[in-house]
Design a binder for this molecule. Structure first.
Ligand SMILES: [Zn+2]
Length: 71
């Protein structure tokens, strides 16, 4: 399951949430102030600049580790 990054619209706390693919923010609440429906941040911020290169290179995006229930 991918990890999405969220920012609370109330207290601006940024946190990560492990979710199923295609799941929205309906069930996500801020861990600090319990505000529901935070803003999802774009998760692919590193794609522009390749400064260091190969050490932190590729996150595999294939759904090969699914042992069951995708929708
Ligand atoms: Zn909050």
């Amino acid at each position: 399951m991918p990890i999405y990054e969220y920012r609370c619209g109330k207290c601006n706390h940024v946190f990560e949430e492990l979710q199923k693919i295609g799941e929205g923010n309906e069930n996500v609440v801020c861990p600090v102030c319990k505000e529901p429906h935070p803003d999802r941040l774009p998760s692919c911020c590193n794609s522009l600049g390749g400064t260091e290169g190969s050490s932190f290179d590729s996150i595999p995006s294939s759904p090969s580790c699914s042992s069951g229930g995708f929708s």
